[in-house]
Structure formats: structure tokens, C-alpha cells
Ligand binder design. Structure first.
Ligand code: S3P
Length: 759
């Protein structure tokens, strides 16, 4: 039988393939065929099924253009530019691969959709003798408990992940074709090692299905099961929806991914045994611990999934900012909570005795990474819920060994501060992070900690991961810091909590002192004598309440927005104005901006104020070097102010900017040059020739700039749009979520014309 349907829908895209042949018209195969047909991704979509009735249905539902009973019937027509998709259950894949080997030339692209990748790859190697370069193993993480051709929907894959597990020998043109196909149907495509794929899926997909099948089967076997099911609503329904899935598919998955599944199944069974013991023995604490930890982890991961954020080993859709030229800078806003204080509230709250309640907590990826690290060490942390967090402190010696490396994402503050307090624990830890963090210098903390007797191993080059050996006796030191770094100072002081005697840090220039202030807030004495901060080990922290003010580093973007647009007037509420953080105010004032502070109060030992910024013409200046540590995170956006000022601005003594989330001197110099600014980087700073502030827009040019995966670079160039002559495309802005989750919303509110574009 060979049947053709009516010509398909309008072709929206140039076709990726000449023909797409889908073998197996189950839910996935037929949804892919339908989506590919609707999106015009092939000149012809062919369906293969052994069942005539399936083919008839697929034709009549407009899922395929042409129906064939077997691969044999179409194989002679296939060659380069054609794709065969194996859409059959996992254990049937080898039989289909044998047909492919026998019938298809090596230039036909081949892919599959099975949920287990290791078994597909080893079957291919058995059949072909080695991994065929035309085969791109794939797995769409999409589906439903419904099966078959009638359940097909064209949007099944939209915004779902598809994991490809090519081998080193897989042909790049084949990988590109398959990747383009999946992107074309709206999926987010990720490449991954096949073994890693199988382990992750065993835990996140396979295990939940087996638990659901097992629970329903247990209840079904009980005496009066009709009565039981009648009352089994709510939780039962939610939990067991997936037990209605296709048994053949799940039998195949269970057998094909046996090793990885057994590992995770054993872990859950051990956990069950412990829970049984606790219930039998009335161990309330155990149950509260497990339930609270699990609830919070569920909420945390739910949030991460919603915001497509951190901890995911999969790459996400890249977000770009499109900033239209011009716009206003007017309004009255509150930016999110201070990042530095948010980190420290979790750390000190966890080490305190009692319940610490935090408000204003920054729900950005960096501070959430710190929060998750403490959960991984057994601390029960409720929230965050609209900036509220409740931390059930475990005391200085109550942390538990984490079962896996602590993943700290992009966050330098997390890894450096944690290394100090983990050096004093009885257990070993490993600290890891994303690719940016993995390139940042850690010798600056490992060296003083080693002097204190800590045992810490870094990767070659002094970068993460950090392996910290527990059980060491730390001794106090008097550390004279070679660089002005609050992270290093805090790290040494936190390690000092675990020593007998007085630990001191002397800084070459004042740096943010939130650790010292917050320790005092927790009742822990810290003395400051000029450039020296000291504490003695052996005390304890008492739980407290913390109100985290708005982050001056986030406020800085809108301060500069108002400073560069004539007629602007912006008020930023409840901003932390700790004297060690106000370099941005001092520098902008020196350049001419009109800045007023009002409602100045002290909250939990930290000064807070409303900041009103009004436009006044800007002058270029030589930035005083003593302001560098006080404005260390604000320079990217200050460079935008400099580019809009009259005259030349020169920054020196700021080599630290080269080892932030990106090399901020180079990232900014490159982007500014793209925008037509005369900006020259120097080893320790930058020289920027301002374009003058006499006209409202067009001081800066337009074009495409890159964030270098650095949140503050992305936001700085968004602000630059206010004075640009044309559109600025800022590439790769996902990282803004590390410190300023709703930057775009607030930017639009004050009058920037900024929109998101995913790539
Ligand atoms: C921070 C200190 C600074 C700063 C970072 C936050 C902190 O880093 O750049 O964003 O919270 O202690 P350095 O200590 O490396 O200067």
C-alpha cells in the first residue's frame, strides 16, 4: 500500500529535509510528523506502520503526506537530504536498525526518539560494526499518558527539551539536520553524553513511572478495590496519572535502562525503610525533617523550572534583549533585595541557634544557590515566598555532610564564603559551579585558609572545583589581604569562627562589611579597628530577624538611566546605603548628577535610604582610586554614564574587574567600541571619551553587543539604549536572573523600550 494525502498546509520555513520518514506512528512519531508537516520542515512527510488502520488514520488526520507499510517500500528513493526517524518502542529499535542498515545508504540521516540512549547506541554498534556517523540518537522529553496516532498534537514539543546524544564520530551535518528539525517544531535542543542522559532520566522520569505503577497495582490488588478507588481522589489522582501510560513502552524502558534504574530504585527503597522505621517508632523529628526538606526542594525546583534557571545540566533557550533607542527614565520603584546580604542571611541563619526570619531576600539564582547548598547540608529552610525565608538554624556545628558536590552556579560569593566555613567542618565537601565560576581565581581564599591549617585542593590554575577536607583543626591568623576583597575577608572571618583564639583580617582598602555587621546582628562580637576586623572563635550565633534592603548594585542601573537622559527623575526606595557600597553615588555626583538621599534609617545595623536621581549634564572625571572597592560591581553601567558625559573619564587601579563574572574591562570596552564609543582598555582600567550630554539620543551608536554571560554587562548595555541612535541587541542575557530577576519588567516600568527575544 502506498497512499498520498492532499498537499499539506502552507510552508512556513524553508524545508530542513527533502523527506522525513517516521517509522512508528505512536504519540511521539505521529506528533513529530504532524508538527513537521505543519511547520513545512520537509517537502514530504512519510509515515510507516505495519497497521493499515494506523496509516489510514494518520492520512485522514493530516499527520502525514504519504503512507507506506515498510521501509523497504521507500528506501530506494532515499538519499542525502532525507531523514528517517525511528519512533518505535525502545526494545524494537534494534530490529528497525537492522532494516536501516540493510536498506539505507550512509548519507540518509537517522535518528530515534527512544527514552534510553545507551541501549540504542550499543545496538547500533552491534549491527553496523561501529557507531554509524549518520545516526543521531535523540530523546524528546515530552509526552502524555495518552498514546497512539489519535493523541498526536503539533505542539507536543513546543518549549520541551530534546536531548541529543551524538558520539564523537557522529557527522556534524546529520547533527545539525536533526537539531534544526527539533528546533523547528519549537523544542529546546540540548546535547548530552548518553550515559549521563540515562542516569538522569532513570531518576527523573523512569523511577516516578515505576512508583506510580507499583502504587496503583498494590491498591488494585487489595480486597475491595472498587471501594478504595472510589475514595482515592486528590493525591492519588495526581500521583498516579502516569500509571495510565503505555505498558509496552515502560516495560522496554525498564529493561533497557536496567543498571541506572536499579541504582536509584535501591536508594528509594532504603529511604522507604527509614521512613517505615520512623513511622513505626513515632520519630516525629525524622518525619518533619524529610517532609519539610522534600517540600522545600520541590518548591525550589518548581521555581527553577518555571524560570528555567539554575542547576539544570541542560542548556536553555538563549534570551537576548532588544533595546529600542530613546525612552524615559521616570518613576518610583523598589529594586530586589541586596545580593550580598541575602547570601549572608542564609549562611549565618543556618549556623545560628533558633529560627531566623528574613524578609526582602533576593530570589535570584546566586542567592538561591547558597540556599540550596545549605539545604543540601541538612538545614531546613522555608521559602522563599515573596522574599520571605525562615531558616531553622542548626548551630555552628550542626551542618550535615552533603551527599553530592555543592553546586554554586555563577556565584563567586557563595563559593568563596562557603569555603571558609566549610574548612571548619568535620566532613569533606566539594564545591563546583558553572563555566564562568569554574574559571575564577580561588587561590585568594585557598591560600589564607591553608595558612589556618585547612586542607583544600583546587583545580590546576587555582580554580574550582574546590575539594575541602573536613576534620582539620584550624588555627587563628592575622591575615594581611593582598587585594581589597570582601569575599576573602568574609571567608577568613567565617573560618575564624571555628578556631580557638582571635582571627583578624587587615584590608588594603575598605570593602563591604556586611559580614561583620550581620555577625553582630546575630549576637557574635566582631571588632573593627581601622582597617582591621577581628573575631574570636568558639562563640555561638543567636537567631534573629533580617530585613534585606534593596540592592544598590541593582539600583545603580536606574541611577545611571536617570543620569544620562535629560529631564529624568527616578526615586529608588529602601536602598542599602552602607558606606562601603556607595561608590556609585559618589562617582555620579562627582560627574554632575543630582542625587538626593531621604528617609535615612538604620535597619538591622545597615543604613537604608530612598535615593532620588535627577538628570544634570555629566562631566568626564578621573575616578578616584579609593572609590574602586566601593563601586566594584557598578563599573559596567558607570562606563555607560562616562560614554554619555562631556569629556574623558579615566579609571585606574581596577584590575579586579578583569576577574569578575567576565573580564568586565574588556567586555565593556568591546561593546562600547561596537556602539561607536572611543573606549580603550588598560591593564587596570579604561579610558572613555564621552560623546557629550547635550542631545537626548544618538550619543551612542547601535549594533549587537555581547554580555559575555555576565549579568551586569547585559544590564549596562540595556541602559545604553536610552542614548543610542538605533536598536541595540544585547546577546545572551539569561544570566541577569542571577542578581535581578525582573530587570526587564522594572526597566519597562521606568520607560525603557526593551523586549526579549529568544534565540
Ligand atoms: C561581594 C564582594 C565583591 C563583589 C561581589 C559580592 C560580597 O567581590 O564584587 O559581587 O558579597 O562579598 P570581591 O570580594 O571579589 O571584590
Amino acid at each position: 500500500m502506498s497512499k498520498q494525502s492532499q498537499p499539506s498546509t502552507t510552508r512556513l520555513n524553508p524545508p530542513v529535509f527533502n523527506r522525513i520518514v517516521v517509522i512508528g506512528l505512536g504519540l511521539i512519531g505521529s506528533s513529530l510528523a504532524l508538527a513537521a508537516r505543519e511547520k513545512g520542515l520537509a517537502k514530504q512527510v512519510v509515515g510507516i506502520s505495519r497497521r493499515d488502520s494506523t496509516l489510514e488514520l494518520a492520512l485522514s488526520l493530516g499527520i502525514i503526506d504519504r503512507a507506506e507499510p515498510s521501509l523497504e517500500a521507500i528506501a530506494p528513493e532515499l538519499g542525502a537530504g532525507d531523514l528517517v526517524v525511528i519512533g518505535v518502542p525502545t526494545l524494537t529499535v534494534p530490529a528497525v536498525l537492522k532494516d536501516c542498515h540493510r536498506l539505507l545508504s550512509s548519507d540518509v540521516t537517522l535518528t530515534d526518539v527512544a527514552s534510553v540512549k545507551g541501549s540504542v547506541i550499543s545496538a547500533a554498534i552491534d549491527i553496523y560494526g561501529s557507531m554509524p556517523s549518520q545516526l543521531v540518537p535523540g530523546h524528546p522529553i515530552a509526552g502524555s499518558e495518552k498514546s497512539g496516532v489519535t493523541a498526536a498534537t503539533a505542539d507536543l514539543f513546543a518549549d520541551h527539551r530534546v536531548i541529543l546524544t551524538p558520539e564523537v564520530t557522529t557527522g556534524t551535518s546529520h547533527i545539525k539536520g536533526v537539531s534544526d528539525l527539533w528546533s523547528g517544531v519549537g523544542a529546546i535542543v540540548t546535547n548530552m553524553d548518553s550515559q549521563e542522559h540515562d542516569e538522569i532520566l532513570a531518576a527523573t522520569s523512569h523511577l516516578p513511572h515505576f512508583l506510580a505503577y507499583s502504587l496503583v497495582d498494590t491498591l488494585a490488588a487489595m480486597g475491595d478495590n472498587r471501594e478504595i478507588f472510589r475514595y482515592a481522589a486528590g493525591g492519588f489522582r495526581d500521583f498516579t496519572r502516569i500509571a495510565a501510560s503505555d505498558p509496552v513502552m515502560w516495560r522496554d524502558i525498564a529493561l533497557a535502562n536496567k543498571d541506572a534504574i536499579l541504582v536509584i530504585l535501591d536508594q528509594v527503597m532504603d529511604n522507604f525503610k527509614e521512613m517505615r522505621k520512623a513511622i513505626e517508632g513515632g520519630d516525629q523529628d525524622y518525619l518533619m525533617d524529610v517532609f519539610t526538606r522534600a517540600r522545600d526542594a520541590r518548591n525550589h525546583f518548581g521555581k527553577l523550572l518555571d524560570s528555567k534557571a539554575l542547576n539544570s545540566p541542560m542548556t536553555e533557550k538563549t534570551i537576548n534583549y532588544v533595546v529600542a533607542p530613546g525612552g524615559n527614565a521616570q518613576g518610583d520603584i523598589r529594586v530586589p533585595g541586596d545580593k550580598s546580604m541575602s547570601h549572608r542571611s542564609i549562611m549565618l541563619g543556618s549556623l545560628a541557634d533558633g529560627l531566623t526570619e528574613v524578609t526582602g531576600f533576593l530570589e535570584g539564582e546566586d542567592s538561591l544557590a547558597t540556599l540550596q547548598a545549605f539545604r543540601d547540608m541538612g538545614v531546613i529552610i522555608e521559602g522563599p515566598e515573596q522574599g520571605r525565608v525562615a531558616i531553622h538554624g542548626v548551630g555552628l556545628h550542626g551542618l550535615k555532610a552533603p551527599t553530592k558536590p555543592l553546586y554554586l552556579g555563577n556565584s563567586g560569593t557563595s563559593i568563596r564564603l562557603l569555603s571558609g566555613l566549610l574548612a571548619g567542618q568535620s566532613f569533606d565537601t566539594e564545591l563546583t559551579g558553572d563555566s564562568s565560576l569554574s574559571g575564577r581565581p580561588m587561590g585568594r581564599v585557598a591560600n589564607p585558609l591553608a595558612e589556618m591549617g585547612a586542607v583544600i585542593e583546587t583545580a590546576p590554575g587555582g580554580t574550582p572545583p574546590l575539594k575541602i577536607k573536613g576534620g582539620q583543626t584550624l588555627k587563628p591568623i592575622n591575615y594581611v589581604m593582598p587585594i581589597a576583597s570582601a569575599q576573602v575577608k568574609s571567608c577568613v572571618l567565617l573560618a575564624g569562627l571555628y578556631t580557638e583564639g582571635q582571627t583578624s583580617v587587615v584590608e588594603p582598602a575598605p570593602t563591604r562589611d556586611h559580614t561583620e555587621r550581620m555577625l553582630r546582628g546575630f549576637g557574635y562580637p566582631v571588632t573593627t579597628d581601622g582597617d582591621k576586623a577581628s573575631l574570636s572563635g568558639g562563640g555561638s550565633l543567636t537567631a534573629t530577624r533580617i530585613d534585606v534592603p534593596a540592592d544598590i548594585s541593582s539600583a545603580a542601573f536606574f541611577m545611571v538611566a536617570a543620569a544620562i537622559v535629560p529631564g529624568s527623575d527616578i526615586t529608588l526606595r529602601h536602598v542599602g546605603v552602607n558606606p562601603t557600597r556607595i561608590g556609585v553615588i559618589n562617582i555620579l555626583r562627582q560627574m554632575g548628577t543630582n542625587i538626593e538621599l531621604s528617609n535615612e534609617i538604620e535597619v538591622g545595623g545597615e543604613p537604608v535610604a530612598d535615593i532620588r536621581v535627577r538628570y544634570a549634564p555629566l562631566q568626564g572625571i578621573n575616578i578616584p582610586e579609593d572609590q574602586v572597592p566601593l563601586a566594584i560591581d557598578e563599573f559596567p553601567v558607570l562606563f555607560v554614564a562616562a560614554a554619555c558625559a562631556e569629556g574623558i573619564t579615566v579609571l585606574t587601579g581596577a584590575e579586579e574587574l578583569r576577574v569578575k563574572e567576565s573580564d568586565r574591562i574588556q567586555s565593556m570596552a568591546d561593546g562600547l567600541v561596537t556602539l561607536g564609543v572611543d573606549a580603550q582598555s588598560t591593564p587596570d582600567g579604561i579610558r572613555i571619551v564621552g560623546g557629550g550630554s547635550s542631545h537626548a539620543s544618538g550619543t551612542l551608536g547601535s549594533g549587537t553587543v555581547h554580555s559575555h554571560d555576565d549579568h551586569r554587562i547585559a544590564m549596562a548595555f540595556a541602559i545604553a539604549g536610552l542614548r543610542a541612535s538605533g536598536e541595540i541587541l544585547v546577546e545572551d542575557c539569561n544570566n541577569v536572573a542571577t542578581s535581578f530577576p525582573d530587570f526587564v519588567g522594572l526597566a519597562q516600568k521606568v520607560g525603557l523600550s526593551i523586549s526579549l527575544k529568544s534565540a
